[in-house]
Ligand binder design. Structure first.
Ligand code: P6P
Length: 337
């Protein structure tokens, strides 16, 4: 095949980043190398997931849920460590913050050089591993501001528009990597025969409207009346269908490609919701806005939220512009009860 076709056929995330940067300067090289290591982490986790039921250190086929249960716990810890390991001796990332660690993890040998911080959820939806359903990793990259001498990561407590790169890896029938540098959303599929993520779709756009609403209706009686009224509306109107896997990355990916809305709103007991801002809702909000969609708390854009703590939660209503606006209209114009 002609060279351009070959080039497109083997366009890996790290090469695509260089194209996106339209430069070969230091930051372009750094981000390209950073993306390559994120891809490596994804491949290592995908490989382990494909054997989650066959734990190497347990003779024979695991089978029972107990070992699988331990596999799940080990999987969270394993995946968290994978991201740390791929960035050690990289000179790129000097701080990592994740759902699995109370405080940021520092890589001192990288600190004088690497100015990037990786915020991530190593395995999101890990309870799905037990039943062989999709799980994901979510990542977000910020540039460190200041020296962070006290190692508190205080400079991370800024809004989501400080992200320079964000995305996720979806471990499904295929392993898919989705990222944005702020110049559109791009999708790569892992080709196991090559051991590389290969470009599958550029400039992904969320449709203006989609039929799917994705939420856990088991929380119905914990929701505010406005959310209940939205769900009653879609129950009564033609053209809506419910899809919910219980794992954020897979539910979000469906909305990215097919349109509609994913919502994990606050409840009366937990008004801020369940999902974490810095490494779950903010990276996905970045992707959604880059794909011409919207991501809201119900009253303001998620990317405008300024966290007060590393593991702060936020509500999320994300997806097609039209469908997010419909949910917001119920929240902002509640029915007089
Ligand atoms: P619920 C998985 O535990 C997770 O963090 C997300 O992946 C998912 O969207 C959400 O929680 C599911 O929560 O309350 O519906 O079980």
């Amino acid at each position: 095949s002609s060279l351009p076709e070959l080039q497109r056929d083997c366009l890996t995330p790290s090469r695509h980043v260089l194209e996106q940067c339209q430069s070969f300067g230091a930051q372009a090289q750094d981000l390209s190398a950073l993306m390559s290591r994120i891809g490596l982490a994804g491949k290592l986790i995908a490989r382990r997931l494909s054997r989650a039921g066959l734990m190497e250190n347990v003779l024979g086929f695991a089978g029972n849920t107990n070992v699988q249960g331990e596999a799940v716990k080990k999987m969270d810890v394993f995946a968290n460590q994978v991201f740390i390991s791929v960035f050690e001796k990289s000179g790129l990332v000097c701080r990592l913050a994740s759902e699995e660690m109370a405080e940021p993890y520092y890589i001192p040998e990288n600190c004088p050089i690497g100015r990037y911080t990786l915020l991530y959820d190593p395995i999101d939806g890990s309870s799905n591993i037990d039943v062989n359903l999709n799980v994901g990793s979510i990542f977000s990259v910020r540039v460190q501001q200041g020296e962070d001498q006290e190692q508190t990561g205080a400079d991370l407590l800024q809004n989501g528009r400080q992200q320079i790169l964000a995305g996720y890896i979806l471990y499904g029938p295929a392993t898919v990597l989705v990222y944005s540098l702020g110049k559109g959303v791009h999708l790569f599929t892992l080709d196991p025969s090559l051991g590389e993520f290969i470009l599958a779709q550029e400039y992904v756009q969320i449709p203006e409207h989609g039929p799917v609403y994705s939420t856990n209706e088991g929380n119905f009686w914990q929701w505010e009346d406005s959310i209940r009224d939205y769900v009653r509306y879609v129950h009564r109107h033609e053209g809506y269908t419910a899809r919910y896997s219980g794992a954020l990355v897979g539910d979000f990916h469906r909305i990215l490609l097919e349109g509609g809305v994913f919502l994990y709103p606050g409840t009366r007991k937990k008004p801020e919701g369940k999902l974490r801002l810095l490494y779950e809702t903010a990276p996905l909000a970045f992707i959604a806005e880059q794909a011409n969609g919207r991501a809201s708390t119900g009253t303001e854009p998620i990317l405008d939220l300024v966290p007060t703590s590393l593991h702060q939660r936020s509500p999320i209503i994300v997806g097609s512009r039209e469908d997010v606006a419909l949910v917001e209209s119920f929240i902002q114009n509640p029915r007089e009860l």
